[in-house]
Ligand binder design. Structure first.
Ligand code: ARG
Length: 466
Protein backbone atom coordinates (compact mmCIF):
# COMPACT_ATOMS: atom_id res chain seq x y z
CA UNK A 1 0.00 0.00 0.00
CA UNK A 2 1.48 3.32 -1.03
CA UNK A 3 1.65 6.24 1.38
CA UNK A 4 -0.71 8.22 -0.79
CA UNK A 5 -3.34 5.53 -0.69
CA UNK A 6 -2.98 5.15 3.05
CA UNK A 7 -3.47 8.83 3.67
CA UNK A 8 -6.51 8.86 1.39
CA UNK A 9 -8.05 6.14 3.48
CA UNK A 10 -7.35 8.23 6.54
CA UNK A 11 -8.95 11.43 5.38
CA UNK A 12 -10.17 10.91 1.86
CA UNK A 13 -13.57 9.46 2.73
CA UNK A 14 -15.74 9.33 -0.32
CA UNK A 15 -13.20 11.34 -2.33
CA UNK A 16 -11.46 8.18 -3.44
CA UNK A 17 -9.42 9.90 -6.12
CA UNK A 18 -7.44 11.99 -3.65
CA UNK A 19 -6.84 15.64 -2.80
CA UNK A 20 -7.70 16.91 -6.28
CA UNK A 21 -11.25 15.61 -5.96
CA UNK A 22 -11.63 17.10 -2.49
CA UNK A 23 -10.32 20.43 -3.72
CA UNK A 24 -12.70 20.38 -6.64
CA UNK A 25 -15.64 19.61 -4.39
CA UNK A 26 -14.89 22.32 -1.84
CA UNK A 27 -13.90 24.88 -4.45
CA UNK A 28 -16.67 24.55 -7.02
CA UNK A 29 -19.69 26.79 -6.83
CA UNK A 30 -21.29 25.92 -10.15
CA UNK A 31 -23.99 23.80 -8.50
CA UNK A 32 -25.49 26.99 -7.06
CA UNK A 33 -23.98 29.99 -8.85
CA UNK A 34 -25.35 28.79 -12.19
CA UNK A 35 -28.39 30.76 -11.01
CA UNK A 36 -26.41 33.86 -11.97
CA UNK A 37 -26.07 32.89 -15.64
CA UNK A 38 -28.28 35.68 -17.02
CA UNK A 39 -26.56 38.36 -14.92
CA UNK A 40 -23.14 36.98 -15.84
CA UNK A 41 -23.87 37.12 -19.56
CA UNK A 42 -25.48 40.53 -19.27
CA UNK A 43 -22.42 41.84 -17.41
CA UNK A 44 -20.05 40.33 -19.96
CA UNK A 45 -21.90 41.81 -22.91
CA UNK A 46 -21.86 45.27 -21.30
CA UNK A 47 -18.16 44.87 -20.51
CA UNK A 48 -17.33 43.81 -24.08
CA UNK A 49 -19.28 46.72 -25.54
CA UNK A 50 -17.35 49.13 -23.35
CA UNK A 51 -14.04 47.46 -24.32
CA UNK A 52 -14.90 47.96 -28.00
CA UNK A 53 -16.07 51.53 -27.54
CA UNK A 54 -12.89 52.52 -25.74
CA UNK A 55 -10.80 50.79 -28.43
CA UNK A 56 -9.41 48.16 -26.05
CA UNK A 57 -10.74 45.37 -28.28
CA UNK A 58 -11.86 45.49 -31.91
CA UNK A 59 -15.48 45.85 -32.96
CA UNK A 60 -15.22 42.57 -34.86
CA UNK A 61 -14.09 40.67 -31.77
CA UNK A 62 -16.81 42.31 -29.71
CA UNK A 63 -19.43 41.17 -32.19
CA UNK A 64 -18.17 37.61 -31.99
CA UNK A 65 -18.14 37.78 -28.20
CA UNK A 66 -21.68 39.13 -27.95
CA UNK A 67 -22.96 36.61 -30.46
CA UNK A 68 -21.29 33.75 -28.61
CA UNK A 69 -22.64 34.93 -25.26
CA UNK A 70 -26.16 35.12 -26.65
CA UNK A 71 -25.80 31.58 -27.99
CA UNK A 72 -24.74 30.44 -24.53
CA UNK A 73 -27.76 32.18 -23.00
CA UNK A 74 -30.02 30.27 -25.39
CA UNK A 75 -28.25 26.99 -24.61
CA UNK A 76 -28.60 27.47 -20.85
CA UNK A 77 -32.24 28.41 -21.13
CA UNK A 78 -32.93 25.44 -23.39
CA UNK A 79 -31.23 23.13 -20.89
CA UNK A 80 -28.63 21.94 -23.39
CA UNK A 81 -25.63 23.67 -21.78
CA UNK A 82 -23.26 21.27 -20.06
CA UNK A 83 -22.09 22.67 -16.74
CA UNK A 84 -18.81 21.31 -15.48
CA UNK A 85 -17.67 21.17 -11.86
CA UNK A 86 -14.10 21.08 -13.06
CA UNK A 87 -14.65 24.60 -14.41
CA UNK A 88 -15.52 25.73 -10.89
CA UNK A 89 -18.08 28.45 -11.34
CA UNK A 90 -20.50 30.11 -13.72
CA UNK A 91 -17.88 32.61 -14.91
CA UNK A 92 -15.41 29.97 -16.08
CA UNK A 93 -18.13 27.71 -17.46
CA UNK A 94 -19.40 30.52 -19.67
CA UNK A 95 -15.93 31.64 -20.70
CA UNK A 96 -14.82 28.10 -21.60
CA UNK A 97 -17.88 27.56 -23.74
CA UNK A 98 -17.32 30.94 -25.38
CA UNK A 99 -13.84 29.81 -26.41
CA UNK A 100 -15.32 26.66 -27.90
CA UNK A 101 -17.85 28.69 -29.83
CA UNK A 102 -15.77 31.62 -31.13
CA UNK A 103 -12.13 30.67 -30.64
CA UNK A 104 -9.34 33.04 -29.58
CA UNK A 105 -11.49 36.20 -29.52
CA UNK A 106 -13.08 34.76 -26.35
CA UNK A 107 -9.81 35.35 -24.54
CA UNK A 108 -10.17 39.11 -25.01
CA UNK A 109 -13.37 39.35 -22.97
CA UNK A 110 -11.55 39.14 -19.66
CA UNK A 111 -9.34 42.15 -20.43
CA UNK A 112 -9.47 44.71 -17.61
CA UNK A 113 -11.68 42.44 -15.55
CA UNK A 114 -11.33 39.82 -12.84
CA UNK A 115 -13.73 37.25 -11.47
CA UNK A 116 -13.68 39.39 -8.34
CA UNK A 117 -15.52 42.32 -9.89
CA UNK A 118 -17.42 39.96 -12.16
CA UNK A 119 -19.00 37.98 -9.34
CA UNK A 120 -19.68 41.17 -7.38
CA UNK A 121 -21.60 42.70 -10.28
CA UNK A 122 -23.47 39.47 -11.04
CA UNK A 123 -24.70 39.01 -7.50
CA UNK A 124 -25.61 42.69 -7.14
CA UNK A 125 -27.72 42.54 -10.27
CA UNK A 126 -29.42 39.42 -8.97
CA UNK A 127 -30.09 40.84 -5.51
CA UNK A 128 -31.39 44.09 -6.99
CA UNK A 129 -33.89 42.17 -9.13
CA UNK A 130 -34.94 40.12 -6.13
CA UNK A 131 -35.47 43.29 -4.09
CA UNK A 132 -37.77 44.57 -6.82
CA UNK A 133 -39.69 41.26 -6.71
CA UNK A 134 -40.02 41.53 -2.93
CA UNK A 135 -41.29 45.11 -3.27
CA UNK A 136 -44.00 43.96 -5.71
CA UNK A 137 -44.99 41.04 -3.48
CA UNK A 138 -45.19 43.38 -0.47
CA UNK A 139 -47.46 45.71 -2.41
CA UNK A 140 -49.78 42.77 -3.10
CA UNK A 141 -49.87 41.78 0.56
CA UNK A 142 -50.53 45.36 1.67
CA UNK A 143 -53.35 45.65 -0.87
CA UNK A 144 -54.90 42.45 0.53
CA UNK A 145 -54.77 43.89 4.05
CA UNK A 146 -56.26 47.22 2.95
CA UNK A 147 -59.17 45.37 1.43
CA UNK A 148 -59.82 43.33 4.58
CA UNK A 149 -59.44 46.47 6.71
CA UNK A 150 -62.04 48.32 4.68
CA UNK A 151 -64.44 45.41 4.94
CA UNK A 152 -63.93 45.19 8.72
CA UNK A 153 -63.31 48.78 9.79
CA UNK A 154 -66.14 48.43 12.35
CA UNK A 155 -65.82 44.72 13.26
CA UNK A 156 -64.95 44.55 16.96
CA UNK A 157 -62.48 42.05 18.33
CA UNK A 158 -60.45 41.86 21.51
CA UNK A 159 -57.12 43.67 21.45
CA UNK A 160 -54.47 41.78 23.41
CA UNK A 161 -51.48 42.54 25.58
CA UNK A 162 -49.67 39.63 27.24
CA UNK A 163 -52.02 37.50 25.10
CA UNK A 164 -54.77 38.57 27.54
CA UNK A 165 -57.81 40.42 26.26
CA UNK A 166 -56.99 44.08 27.00
CA UNK A 167 -59.34 46.48 25.27
CA UNK A 168 -61.72 46.06 22.35
CA UNK A 169 -60.34 47.09 18.98
CA UNK A 170 -61.54 46.60 15.43
CA UNK A 171 -60.33 43.91 13.09
CA UNK A 172 -59.81 46.66 10.51
CA UNK A 173 -57.46 48.41 12.92
CA UNK A 174 -55.58 45.16 13.48
CA UNK A 175 -55.22 44.70 9.70
CA UNK A 176 -53.92 48.25 9.42
CA UNK A 177 -51.20 47.47 11.96
CA UNK A 178 -49.89 44.95 9.44
CA UNK A 179 -50.18 47.53 6.68
CA UNK A 180 -47.84 49.71 8.73
CA UNK A 181 -45.41 46.84 9.33
CA UNK A 182 -45.27 45.66 5.72
CA UNK A 183 -45.06 49.25 4.46
CA UNK A 184 -41.95 49.69 6.58
CA UNK A 185 -40.57 46.53 4.97
CA UNK A 186 -41.37 48.02 1.59
CA UNK A 187 -39.57 51.21 2.48
CA UNK A 188 -36.60 49.23 3.83
CA UNK A 189 -36.27 47.20 0.64
CA UNK A 190 -36.38 50.39 -1.42
CA UNK A 191 -33.70 51.96 0.74
CA UNK A 192 -31.58 48.87 0.21
CA UNK A 193 -32.03 49.11 -3.57
CA UNK A 194 -31.01 52.76 -3.42
CA UNK A 195 -27.72 51.89 -1.71
CA UNK A 196 -26.90 48.84 -3.84
CA UNK A 197 -27.49 50.76 -7.05
CA UNK A 198 -23.75 51.19 -7.76
CA UNK A 199 -21.65 49.05 -10.06
CA UNK A 200 -18.47 47.28 -8.93
CA UNK A 201 -17.58 46.30 -12.50
CA UNK A 202 -14.20 47.66 -13.60
CA UNK A 203 -12.58 47.38 -10.18
CA UNK A 204 -10.80 44.40 -11.75
CA UNK A 205 -9.02 42.19 -9.20
CA UNK A 206 -8.96 44.93 -6.54
CA UNK A 207 -6.83 47.88 -7.63
CA UNK A 208 -8.47 49.04 -10.84
CA UNK A 209 -6.77 48.69 -14.21
CA UNK A 210 -4.32 50.47 -16.48
CA UNK A 211 -6.64 50.02 -19.46
CA UNK A 212 -8.67 53.11 -20.38
CA UNK A 213 -12.02 51.57 -19.36
CA UNK A 214 -15.25 53.50 -18.90
CA UNK A 215 -16.89 52.40 -15.68
CA UNK A 216 -19.62 55.00 -15.99
CA UNK A 217 -20.73 53.44 -19.24
CA UNK A 218 -20.92 49.87 -17.94
CA UNK A 219 -22.66 51.10 -14.78
CA UNK A 220 -25.28 52.88 -16.84
CA UNK A 221 -25.70 50.03 -19.34
CA UNK A 222 -26.32 47.59 -16.51
CA UNK A 223 -28.96 49.84 -14.96
CA UNK A 224 -26.88 51.11 -12.04
CA UNK A 225 -26.98 54.75 -10.98
CA UNK A 226 -23.18 55.06 -11.00
CA UNK A 227 -19.97 53.06 -10.49
CA UNK A 228 -18.70 52.37 -6.96
CA UNK A 229 -15.99 54.87 -6.08
CA UNK A 230 -13.40 52.61 -4.49
CA UNK A 231 -12.06 49.56 -6.30
CA UNK A 232 -11.05 47.80 -3.07
CA UNK A 233 -14.52 48.26 -1.63
CA UNK A 234 -16.06 47.23 -4.95
CA UNK A 235 -14.73 43.68 -4.76
CA UNK A 236 -14.90 43.22 -1.00
CA UNK A 237 -18.30 44.68 -0.18
CA UNK A 238 -21.21 42.35 0.47
CA UNK A 239 -23.35 44.86 2.36
CA UNK A 240 -25.95 44.69 -0.37
CA UNK A 241 -26.41 40.96 0.30
CA UNK A 242 -26.46 41.54 4.06
CA UNK A 243 -28.97 44.33 3.71
CA UNK A 244 -31.20 42.16 1.59
CA UNK A 245 -30.96 39.40 4.19
CA UNK A 246 -31.65 41.92 6.95
CA UNK A 247 -34.73 43.23 5.19
CA UNK A 248 -35.78 39.64 4.48
CA UNK A 249 -35.31 38.59 8.11
CA UNK A 250 -37.36 41.51 9.45
CA UNK A 251 -40.06 40.91 6.88
CA UNK A 252 -40.06 37.18 7.65
CA UNK A 253 -40.42 38.04 11.34
CA UNK A 254 -43.51 40.10 10.53
CA UNK A 255 -44.90 37.28 8.42
CA UNK A 256 -44.22 34.86 11.25
CA UNK A 257 -46.08 37.00 13.78
CA UNK A 258 -49.00 37.15 11.39
CA UNK A 259 -48.81 33.39 10.85
CA UNK A 260 -48.85 32.87 14.60
CA UNK A 261 -51.96 35.02 14.95
CA UNK A 262 -53.71 33.18 12.14
CA UNK A 263 -52.85 29.87 13.77
CA UNK A 264 -54.33 31.04 17.07
CA UNK A 265 -57.35 32.70 15.45
CA UNK A 266 -58.22 29.59 13.49
CA UNK A 267 -58.31 27.25 16.52
CA UNK A 268 -61.83 26.12 17.45
CA UNK A 269 -61.24 27.82 20.83
CA UNK A 270 -60.90 31.24 19.16
CA UNK A 271 -62.77 30.66 15.92
CA UNK A 272 -62.04 34.21 14.70
CA UNK A 273 -61.14 33.11 11.16
CA UNK A 274 -61.56 30.08 8.97
CA UNK A 275 -58.78 29.35 6.53
CA UNK A 276 -59.75 28.39 3.02
CA UNK A 277 -59.19 24.76 2.06
CA UNK A 278 -56.41 25.80 -0.29
CA UNK A 279 -54.26 26.94 2.65
CA UNK A 280 -54.97 24.16 5.12
CA UNK A 281 -54.83 20.40 5.27
CA UNK A 282 -56.78 17.67 6.99
CA UNK A 283 -55.43 15.07 9.37
CA UNK A 284 -55.02 11.51 8.19
CA UNK A 285 -56.36 10.19 11.46
CA UNK A 286 -58.54 12.90 13.04
CA UNK A 287 -61.38 13.71 10.64
CA UNK A 288 -62.49 16.84 12.52
CA UNK A 289 -59.20 18.65 12.00
CA UNK A 290 -58.27 21.39 9.63
CA UNK A 291 -54.65 22.31 10.09
CA UNK A 292 -53.14 25.70 9.26
CA UNK A 293 -50.07 24.10 7.64
CA UNK A 294 -49.22 26.99 5.36
CA UNK A 295 -49.19 29.43 8.29
CA UNK A 296 -47.12 27.01 10.36
CA UNK A 297 -44.62 26.67 7.54
CA UNK A 298 -44.33 30.44 7.23
CA UNK A 299 -43.63 30.58 10.96
CA UNK A 300 -41.11 27.76 10.62
CA UNK A 301 -39.33 29.06 7.54
CA UNK A 302 -38.59 32.32 9.32
CA UNK A 303 -35.84 30.45 11.13
CA UNK A 304 -34.16 29.72 7.82
CA UNK A 305 -34.23 33.30 6.62
CA UNK A 306 -32.88 34.65 9.90
CA UNK A 307 -30.29 31.87 9.90
CA UNK A 308 -29.01 32.99 6.51
CA UNK A 309 -28.57 36.56 7.78
CA UNK A 310 -26.58 35.35 10.78
CA UNK A 311 -24.64 32.98 8.54
CA UNK A 312 -23.45 35.64 6.12
CA UNK A 313 -22.74 38.17 8.87
CA UNK A 314 -20.53 35.52 10.40
CA UNK A 315 -18.74 34.83 7.10
CA UNK A 316 -18.07 38.53 6.55
CA UNK A 317 -16.91 39.40 10.06
CA UNK A 318 -13.57 37.75 9.53
CA UNK A 319 -12.79 39.12 6.08
CA UNK A 320 -9.78 41.38 5.67
CA UNK A 321 -10.03 43.59 2.57
CA UNK A 322 -10.47 42.66 -0.18
CA UNK A 323 -11.78 39.45 -1.73
CA UNK A 324 -11.40 36.03 -0.12
CA UNK A 325 -12.89 32.76 -1.23
CA UNK A 326 -14.97 32.72 1.95
CA UNK A 327 -17.19 35.17 0.12
CA UNK A 328 -18.31 32.46 -2.26
CA UNK A 329 -20.45 31.39 0.69
CA UNK A 330 -22.67 34.45 0.16
CA UNK A 331 -24.73 32.94 -2.62
CA UNK A 332 -26.57 29.99 -1.13
CA UNK A 333 -27.73 32.16 1.78
CA UNK A 334 -29.04 34.82 -0.53
CA UNK A 335 -30.68 32.41 -2.97
CA UNK A 336 -32.39 30.32 -0.33
CA UNK A 337 -33.54 33.34 1.67
CA UNK A 338 -34.96 34.87 -1.50
CA UNK A 339 -36.79 31.75 -2.60
CA UNK A 340 -38.13 31.21 0.92
CA UNK A 341 -39.27 34.81 1.37
CA UNK A 342 -41.00 34.89 -2.03
CA UNK A 343 -42.94 31.77 -1.10
CA UNK A 344 -43.80 33.09 2.37
CA UNK A 345 -45.10 36.37 0.96
CA UNK A 346 -47.21 34.59 -1.65
CA UNK A 347 -48.66 32.17 0.91
CA UNK A 348 -49.57 34.88 3.43
CA UNK A 349 -51.13 37.07 0.76
CA UNK A 350 -53.30 34.15 -0.32
CA UNK A 351 -54.26 33.35 3.25
CA UNK A 352 -55.19 36.93 4.10
CA UNK A 353 -57.27 37.25 0.94
CA UNK A 354 -59.08 33.94 1.32
CA UNK A 355 -59.74 33.59 5.04
CA UNK A 356 -63.29 33.92 6.28
CA UNK A 357 -63.69 36.31 9.20
CA UNK A 358 -66.15 35.30 11.91
CA UNK A 359 -67.32 38.70 13.14
CA UNK A 360 -69.77 37.20 15.66
CA UNK A 361 -67.03 35.19 17.40
CA UNK A 362 -64.76 38.23 17.48
CA UNK A 363 -67.50 40.39 18.97
CA UNK A 364 -68.34 37.82 21.63
CA UNK A 365 -64.71 37.55 22.65
CA UNK A 366 -64.33 41.34 22.60
CA UNK A 367 -66.88 41.63 25.41
CA UNK A 368 -65.26 38.96 27.56
CA UNK A 369 -62.66 39.60 30.24
CA UNK A 370 -64.05 43.01 31.33
CA UNK A 371 -62.46 44.56 28.31
CA UNK A 372 -64.27 47.85 28.80
CA UNK A 373 -62.85 48.41 32.29
CA UNK A 374 -60.64 51.22 30.99
CA UNK A 375 -63.72 52.88 29.50
CA UNK A 376 -65.40 52.71 32.88
CA UNK A 377 -62.38 54.33 34.54
CA UNK A 378 -62.20 57.00 31.82
CA UNK A 379 -65.90 57.76 32.35
CA UNK A 380 -65.30 58.26 36.08
CA UNK A 381 -62.54 60.72 35.25
CA UNK A 382 -64.58 62.55 32.63
CA UNK A 383 -68.01 62.58 34.24
CA UNK A 384 -67.18 62.67 37.95
CA UNK A 385 -63.82 64.40 37.82
CA UNK A 386 -62.04 61.61 39.72
CA UNK A 387 -58.23 61.45 39.46
CA UNK A 388 -57.35 58.52 37.14
CA UNK A 389 -55.64 56.55 39.92
CA UNK A 390 -58.77 56.70 42.08
CA UNK A 391 -60.95 55.84 39.09
CA UNK A 392 -58.69 52.80 38.57
CA UNK A 393 -59.46 51.60 42.13
CA UNK A 394 -63.18 52.16 41.79
CA UNK A 395 -63.15 50.25 38.49
CA UNK A 396 -61.28 47.44 40.16
CA UNK A 397 -64.10 47.13 42.69
CA UNK A 398 -66.65 47.09 39.86
CA UNK A 399 -64.74 44.32 38.09
CA UNK A 400 -64.58 42.31 41.33
CA UNK A 401 -68.32 42.72 41.75
CA UNK A 402 -68.98 41.62 38.16
CA UNK A 403 -66.73 38.65 38.70
CA UNK A 404 -68.62 37.73 41.87
CA UNK A 405 -71.94 37.97 40.03
CA UNK A 406 -70.48 36.19 36.98
CA UNK A 407 -71.66 38.90 34.54
CA UNK A 408 -70.07 41.37 32.18
CA UNK A 409 -69.54 44.99 33.27
CA UNK A 410 -72.42 46.17 31.07
CA UNK A 411 -74.71 43.64 32.83
CA UNK A 412 -74.21 45.11 36.30
CA UNK A 413 -77.24 47.08 37.52
CA UNK A 414 -77.05 50.78 38.25
CA UNK A 415 -77.43 49.96 41.94
CA UNK A 416 -74.49 47.55 41.72
CA UNK A 417 -72.39 50.26 40.13
CA UNK A 418 -73.52 52.87 42.64
CA UNK A 419 -72.40 50.54 45.40
CA UNK A 420 -68.83 50.99 44.20
CA UNK A 421 -69.28 54.77 43.73
CA UNK A 422 -72.49 56.57 44.70
CA UNK A 423 -72.23 59.31 42.05
CA UNK A 424 -72.35 56.94 39.06
CA UNK A 425 -75.32 57.60 36.76
CA UNK A 426 -77.03 55.55 34.02
CA UNK A 427 -74.96 57.48 31.46
CA UNK A 428 -72.11 55.08 32.25
CA UNK A 429 -73.80 52.32 30.22
CA UNK A 430 -73.08 54.28 27.06
CA UNK A 431 -69.39 53.35 27.38
CA UNK A 432 -69.65 49.83 28.74
CA UNK A 433 -70.69 48.15 25.47
CA UNK A 434 -67.74 47.17 23.28
CA UNK A 435 -69.11 48.89 20.19
CA UNK A 436 -69.22 52.20 22.07
CA UNK A 437 -65.83 51.68 23.60
CA UNK A 438 -64.33 51.23 20.17
CA UNK A 439 -66.22 54.16 18.68
CA UNK A 440 -64.94 56.49 21.38
CA UNK A 441 -61.21 55.90 20.65
CA UNK A 442 -60.90 58.67 18.10
CA UNK A 443 -57.39 59.81 19.04
CA UNK A 444 -54.98 59.93 16.09
CA UNK A 445 -54.11 56.35 15.15
CA UNK A 446 -56.80 55.00 17.49
CA UNK A 447 -59.16 52.11 16.90
CA UNK A 448 -62.42 54.00 16.22
CA UNK A 449 -63.85 52.97 12.84
CA UNK A 450 -63.74 56.63 11.75
CA UNK A 451 -59.99 56.73 12.54
CA UNK A 452 -59.35 53.37 10.87
CA UNK A 453 -61.04 54.63 7.70
CA UNK A 454 -58.78 57.68 7.81
CA UNK A 455 -55.73 55.39 8.03
CA UNK A 456 -57.01 53.35 5.08
CA UNK A 457 -57.46 56.50 2.99
CA UNK A 458 -53.97 57.68 3.92
CA UNK A 459 -52.31 54.42 2.83
CA UNK A 460 -54.32 54.07 -0.35
CA UNK A 461 -53.22 57.53 -1.43
CA UNK A 462 -49.62 56.97 -0.39
CA UNK A 463 -49.34 53.59 -2.10
CA UNK A 464 -50.93 54.87 -5.30
CA UNK A 465 -48.01 57.31 -5.53
CA UNK A 466 -45.38 54.68 -4.74
N1 ARG B 1 -16.82 31.67 -7.62
C1 ARG B 1 -16.20 32.80 -7.03
C2 ARG B 1 -17.12 33.41 -5.97
O1 ARG B 1 -18.25 33.14 -5.99
C3 ARG B 1 -15.89 33.80 -8.07
C4 ARG B 1 -14.76 34.70 -7.73
C5 ARG B 1 -13.49 33.95 -7.73
N2 ARG B 1 -12.36 34.84 -7.56
C6 ARG B 1 -11.17 34.39 -7.23
N3 ARG B 1 -10.23 35.26 -7.09
N4 ARG B 1 -10.93 33.10 -7.05
O2 ARG B 1 -16.69 34.14 -5.12
Amino acid sequence: MSDKKASNQMWGGRFASGPAAIMEAINASISFDRKLYAQDIRGSIAHSEMLAETGIISAADQEKIAHGLNTILTEIEAGTFEFSTRLEDIHMNVEARLAELIGPAAGRLHTARSRNDQVAVDLRLWVKDECLRVAEALKGLIAAFLERAEEHAATVMPGFTHMQAAQPVTFGHHCMAYVEMFSRDLSRVRDAIERMDESPLGAAALAGTSFPIDRHKTAKDLGFREPMRNSLDSVSDRDFALEFLGVAAICATHLSRLAEEIIIWSTPQFGFVRLSDSFSTGSSIMPQKKNPDAAELVRGKTGRVTGHLVGLLTVMKGMPLTYGKDMQEDKESVFDAAETLDLMLAAMTGMVRDMTVNAAAMKKAAGAGYSTATDLADWLVRALGLPFREAHHVTGRAVALAEEKKVGLDRLSLQDLQSVHPDITADIFSVLAVQNSVKSRVSFGGTAPSEVRKQIRYWKKRLAKA
